[in-house]
Design a protein. Structure first.
Length: 464
């Protein structure tokens, strides 16, 4: 991929908090909103998708996923877009959802389809929504007259001004990327742009947490690292850097998320590649500006997701989104002791490989009632739907169902509590019941299980 002349757009969802809203007893705060919503108990993520080769699995429309814990995500609409731009570049990157003062939502996004970094749009995409099930009032909002881009728009409620601030990345007279801001009351018209944050070098992907005990926090991409700044004011030019940056390789797209049940903050980041890998860090002391990497066992990302934004929603909104858009009909299986790896088939052999898997559908499985015993489970391939994972000479391979009882037995497993972690899952062979599905040198097989390592090899998370 030809790199852009400036760091390319990622986008962060500002998890803006009420400028003066008090903390609930649980420490829960509404993110991406101007008012604390005490009833919020779940999360919604927005993103677009890119596969490794920008082929199947790439879509520059608005995608949604939901979560009850802010860490493990269920893609909606089979990981297909819920709405797609019809103006400008006819595609989006870097979507962001803001929970507005009136309780409705506004969606903002970069006006760009694909990776043509020379496409310099002065506009951003805008939708309104009452429930994230229907999207109305689509239009593009012009932010400036400069011959440069408007990347990764986010917004927050500035109570002192009685207006929303739209923060985005652009190049001003300094010649490098800075964070700009325009003010608006309706996301239809906006004020003239001002420089919001310019530390003297390229910065993109601004993400705000507003009004956290009287302090406003700004995270941004700096030299492939997620760095922080803070201010007791929301005024342009008032933020100063603090803390220690984090990175995992080249990292962009910081997204701050506040736990709804504890004092923990999470900082999400995205690697600087198509089909980027999400990494997450946590902190229980936001003012300290230091972060600890989260164990990858604790979180997932929607397949092919890029540049996410996250905001909080109520249980009713969560349930309504699942009902309306539907949860995936397929699953992915994450390895317990190699949590960057997922079960996949490759040349019809079963194994575990690091995400992203290419082609990505090699790692998608439809879990169906066991072919030999409906109380068990069989793993049917999504991209080869006549084929199932079955054991043959104790190794797992992807074979077509020949209709025999021997095949049915080989392709059937009993799901049990995870041998290494009861909240995960293990799978006992139906016709070799002393053996469990496990990986060995990344290859899938069925073996007797006796050691702690064996138990970890035989434990998987069934998710999306």
């Amino acid at each position: 991929m030809t790199p852009p002349p400036h760091p390319h757009p990622s986008r962060r969802l500002v998890l803006g908090l009420a400028a003066a809203a008090p903390l609930a007893m649980t420490g829960a705060l509404t993110l991406g909103a101007g008012t604390a919503h005490a009833a919020d108990s779940a999360y919604v993520m927005c993103y677009f998708t890119e596969s490794t080769n920008l082929g199947d699995g790439t879509d520059y429309g608005l995608h949604l996923a939901v979560s009850t814990d802010g860490l493990r995500w269920t893609p909606l609409n089979q990981n297909n877009p819920v709405v797609t731009p019809t103006e400008g570049a006819l595609g989006l990157r870097d979507p962001f959802i803001l929970h507005k003062q009136d309780g409705t939502f506004v969606v903002l996004a970069t006006d760009l389809k694909g990776t043509d970094w020379s496409y310099n749009s002065q506009y951003i995409h805008v939708w309104n929504s009452t429930d994230l099930r229907t999207f109305t009032g689509y239009h593009r909002l012009k932010l400036h007259d400069m011959t440069t881009h408007s990347w990764a728009p986010e917004a927050f409620w500035d109570a002192g001004r009685g207006q929303y601030g739209i923060v985005y990345s652009s190049v001003n007279s300094s010649g490098h990327n800075v964070l700009m801001i325009n003010y608006t009351t309706d996301f239809v018209t906006a004020s003239a742009p001002q420089v919001f944050f310019d530390p003297g070098y390229d910065v993109i992907d601004g993400d705000l947490a507003v009004g956290v005990n009287g302090v406003n926090y700004l995270y941004f991409k700096k030299n492939q690292t997620l760095a922080g700044a803070r201010s007791t004011s929301l005024d342009p030019g008032s933020f100063t850097e603090f803390g220690t940056g984090v990175a995992h390789g080249g990292t962009e797209a910081p997204t701050l998320v506040k736990s709804l049940t504890s004092g923990t903050w999470w900082l999400w980041g995205d690697t600087y590649t198509p089909n980027g890998v999400f990494y997450a860090w946590q902190s229980t002391d936001l003012p300290a500006g230091s972060w600890t990497a989260l164990d990858q066992r604790t979180y997932t990302q929607p397949v092919n997701s890029k540049h996410c934004g996250i905001t909080t929603i109520t249980t009713a909104q969560y349930d309504n989104l699942i009902t309306h858009w539907g949860a995936p009909t397929w699953n992915r299986l994450k390895s317990y002791n190699y949590p960057a790896r997922y079960v996949r088939h490759s040349n019809y052999a079963g194994r575990i490989d690091e995400y992203p898997v290419e082609p990505y559908k090699d790692s998608l499985w439809t879990l169906v009632p066991g072919l030999a015993d409906s109380s068990g489970v069989s793993f049917r391939s999504v991209n080869y739907p006549t084929r199932y994972l079955r054991h043959y000479n104790y190794q797992l391979r992807l074979d077509a169902d020949d209709g025999t009882s021997a095949f049915a037995g080989d392709a059937t497993f009993s799901r049990t509590a995870g041998l290494a972690d009861a909240s995960w899952a293990s799978f006992r062979s139906y016709n070799n019941p002393t053996r469990y599905l496990r990986h060995s040198d990344y290859v899938l097989r069925i073996d007797p299980i006796s050691t702690a390592t064996d138990r970890q090899d035989a434990t998987f998370q069934v998710g999306h």
